[in-house]
Design a protein around this ligand. Structure first.
Ligand code: DGL
Length: 269
């Protein structure tokens, strides 16, 4: 590790506001760190675009974060991870952590029943998800539930439209057979309560945020790269960047961070 490297911020990237659910978890679990968050809002959503397009958008957005000087990167987007994580790792010489639908904890839940994976159409189409599906489909029956348009509704903060969307979505699922729902898109953490209310009690809703943060923490610890500055202690130090309209996206990002820090995103059971 280079001298002073541990004082650099951690970069966090998503197409929009979803990655702020991961950022909230980062701030809670590593409050001594500084963070720079990049929302590629000019190009969101990613999940209904082509693989090549998302790959080039992701590398470009990460390049802007890297140019600011970061010691590690969290790709807080399942869709970008699916298609671009290898390109990002090949291009930027820092630890890069990605996201993937948390099927393992859902399978290890011990409850029998179907596991529903909510994600963007692109995530569910990609090889990375196919490999994950084959790995766990022998242990439980896995149902893919693509949710085109849901990211946009979450960012527009329209409670009633989100509810209608979820009601229609789950009307095609045999809910009595379901044991868990895996949130395979970081945006969906912000509507965990709405999902719980639509599907009813007894279904576990799982996300991969805490696991991702623990993984990054272990890597930084092993590299002696954690920020231990006493003056940083417990001060939320986040800078927001965006490719979108700054006058709208920065206040929106701040609102989503407040929600992420307030809500614990824990299992509502
Ligand atoms: N938060 C992104 C994810 O985890 C959303 C992708 C999109 O922009 O459609 O997949």
């Amino acid at each position: 590790m280079k001298k002073g490297q541990n004082l650099l911020p951690i970069g966090v990237f998503d197409s929009g506001m979803g990655g702020i659910s991961v950022l909230g978890e980062l701030v809670k679990m590593m409050p001594n760190e500084k963070y720079i968050y990049m929302a590629d809002s000019a190009n969101a959503p990613y999940g209904t675009k082509t693989c090549d397009c998302v790959r080039s958008l992701s590398v470009n957005a990460v390049g802007m974060l890297f140019a600011r000087g970061i010691k590690a990167l969290v790709v807080a987007c399942n869709t970008a991870t699916s298609v671009a994580i290898n390109d990002i790792r090949g291009k930027f010489n820092i630890p890069v952590i990605g996201m993937e639908p948390a099927l393992k904890p859902a399978v290890e839940n011990g409850k029998t029943g179907d596991i529903v994976v909510m994600a963007t159409p692109l995530t569910l189409k990609e090889e990375k998800f196919k490999a994950l599906f084959s790995r766990f489909n022998t242990e439980a029956s896995i149902i893919r539930l693509p949710c085109p348009g849901l990211v946009e509704l979450i960012e527009s903060e329209t409670e009633s439209e989100i509810r209608n969307y979820l009601q229609e979505l789950f009307s095609h699922v045999r809910i009595t057979k379901v044991s868990s729902i895996v949130l395979g898109c970081t945006h969906y953490c912000f509507i965990k309560e709405d999902i719980a209310q639509v599907v009813g009690p007894g279904i576990r809703i799982v996300d991969g945020n805490a696991g991702t943060v623990r993984h990054l923490m272990n890597i930084l610890q092993a590299r002696h790269s954690l920020n231990s500055r006493p003056e940083q202690q417990n001060k939320v130090d986040v800078e927001f960047l965006t490719t979108g309209d700054i006058s709208k996206i920065i206040p929106l990002s701040q609102r989503f961070l407040e929600r992420a820090l307030r809500d614990s995103f824990i299992d509502p059971l």
